[in-house]
Design a protein around this ligand. Structure first.
Ligand SMILES: [Zn+2]
Length: 190
């Protein structure tokens, strides 16, 4: 028999990390996509839940996070539409580079990724494009505006359909970068 006083506190916590509205894959109405993190002394899990209040469709995916999977520098090759949905955890104070375009941004410059955050690759590309566009408009001395605008357009196109392969490199001085979900496992340490 286990009484409630025998229960050991394992420090269980559930955090809701993001809530998005997406089209229900069954009925097409608006459904909620919720990403949460479950933490206890023993494990960390990412739980992705899709729920439609119209047709009652529900799907959940549980992804265990393994501590050894944390990197200080990670590169995701983006060559395919599936790669855009690669989900990363990016800790605060990271920087993101796109070596093909010689683009480098500190995380603080990215509007939607201020603190440690879970983001998809297409979200990163669009955020970089938005930030870079401001740089193009400010047109500092010596900046090739035409090249700048071209990169912004390429990034936006790639976020829809990556016909030209690009690399998203995330660097964190403290580590903790995690690939939460990848469809083709096309990422590596750097
Ligand atoms: Zn539905």
């Amino acid at each position: 028999m286990v009484s409630s006083s025998d229960r050991i506190d394992i420090g269980e916590r559930v955090y809701i990390l993001s809530t998005q509205k997406i089209g229900c894959p069954v009925c097409g109405n608006e459904a909620s996509l919720i990403i949460s993190e479950y933490r206890s002394l023993y494990e960390t899990l990412i739980i992705i839940t899709l729920r439609c209040s119209n047709c009652e469709y529900k799907k959940a995916e549980v992804i265990p996070i393994i501590e050894e999977d944390e990197y200080k520098c990670t590169e995701v090759k983006v060559e395919n539409v599936e790669d855009l949905k690669t989900l990363l955890f990016i800790p605060p104070g990271s920087s993101i580079e796109i070596p093909e375009f010689e683009v480098k941004l500190e995380l603080a410059e990215l509007s939607d990724i201020v603190m440690g955050n879970y983001v998809t690759v297409d979200g990163i590309l669009l955020d970089i494009a938005d930030n870079l566009e401001k740089v193009c408009i400010e047109a500092e001395q010596g900046l090739d505006i035409e090249k700048c605008v071209n990169i912004v357009n390429t990034l936006r196109r790639s976020a829809e359909n990556p016909s030209t392969p690009i690399t998203v490199r995330v660097i964190s001085s403290v580590g903790n970068i995690r690939i939460v979900r990848s469809y083709r496992n096309n990422f590596k340490k750097c």
